[in-house]
Ligand binder design. Structure first.
Ligand SMILES: Nc1ncnc2c1ncn2[C@@H]1O[C@H](COP(=O)(O)OP(=O)(O)OP(=O)(O)O)[C@@H](O)[C@H]1O
Length: 283
């Protein structure tokens, strides 16, 4: 039995006629990082909302199909139970800030406080996360004074504080500079090594190539390609469905089309893989 699965899941928002997602079937395994790719309005956020249970608890409408988490139907979980198993970072970090705490330090502790964590445990956890998310200089600031990227880091730290098994991140780096983006991906890698399952909606395909185990490509509300990162991100079909390929992979595809490199099925996705391939070529 799988950890988390969707089987033939379709959903239509209230007052809409067209399904926002159609016939989604996928099995998520524990401890893997999943990258969700796709053009705007492909259905990525809707699928994440279904997995988290916001659909149908918050958004009504028509939901069909079967969603199972740890051997139970998703709708058998109480909202509080789901919230503790699945952490969710929204596309806009502004909506994630509680609005009731005056410092970043208190904001990170807020969720633990609500759940009645022992004080010493809470302090130790907040300090660990301040260090991990490089928030020491910001810890006494009001969360609302922070930039978008800083808010995103605080929001993520607040989610990780509650130790969920699954973490859904909807475009967590869209407001971040390249360095902060790399930092968020290092945290994702760390979470993976702690056994967390990460579901990540992200357009930065070069980073997905480096950090994800599996990719799900969505187009027009459907899963059109899925599988291990190497098979999906070296498949030129991705481009036909409005997705992108890593820069390195595009370079190799072009060089092969112009017969500057010999044709191969397995294309490199990262610079390290490209160097290895080029070394083979010049042998
Ligand atoms: N609250 C809503 N009410 C009605 N329709 C919605 C709502 N949210 C999304 N949709 C529609 O559902 C479809 C899928 O949208 P969704 O936001 O899931 O796509 P997405 O891939 O996450 O897009 P983006 O990358 O732009 O965030 C789109 O046709 C969109 O217009």
């Amino acid at each position: 039995m799988s950890f988390l699965s969707l089987s033939k899941v379709s959903y239509t928002y209230p007052l809409e006629e067209k399904e926002a997602v159609h016939n989604l079937s996928f099995e998520f395994e524990k401890g893997k990082v999943y990258g969700i790719l796709g053009a705007n309005e492909a259905g990525k956020t809707t699928m994440c909302h279904i997995i988290r249970g916001f659909i149908p608890s918050f958004y009504k409408g028509k939901l069909e199909g079967d969603i199972r988490l740890k051997n139970k139907q998703l709708d058998e979980y109480k909202e509080g139970e789901l919230a503790s198993i699945i952490g969710y970072s929204f596309q806009n970090p502004f909506t994630q800030i509680s609005g009731v705490k005056e410092t970043v330090y208190e904001e990170i502790a807020y969720g633990m406080e609500n759940l009645g964590f022992p004080r010493q445990e809470m302090i130790a956890k907040v300090e660990e996360l301040i260090d991990l998310f490089k928030l020491a200089d910001l810890q006494d600031k009001n969360p609302f004074e922070l930039s978008g990227g800083q808010k995103q880091r605080v929001a993520l730290a607040s989610i990780v504080a509650l130790n969920p098994e699954i973490i859904i991140l909807d475009e967590p780096t869209s407001q971040l500079d390249p360095q902060s983006t790399e930092e968020i991906f290092s945290v994702i890698d760390l979470l993976k090594h702690q056994g967390k399952t990460v579901i990540l909606v992200e357009h930065k395909v070069d980073l997905l190539a480096e950090y994800c185990d599996e990719i799900i490509l969505m187009a027009d509300g459907e899963i059109v390609l899925s599988g291990d990162v190497k098979s999906v991100l070296s498949n030129p079909e991705v481009l036909k469905h409005g997705g992108q390929l890593p820069q390195v992979t595009r370079f190799f595809l072009e060089a092969m089309a112009q017969e500057k490199l010999k044709k191969e099925k397995r294309l490199p996705l990262t610079l390290d893989e490209a160097y290895a391939k080029l070394r083979e070529e010049v042998k």
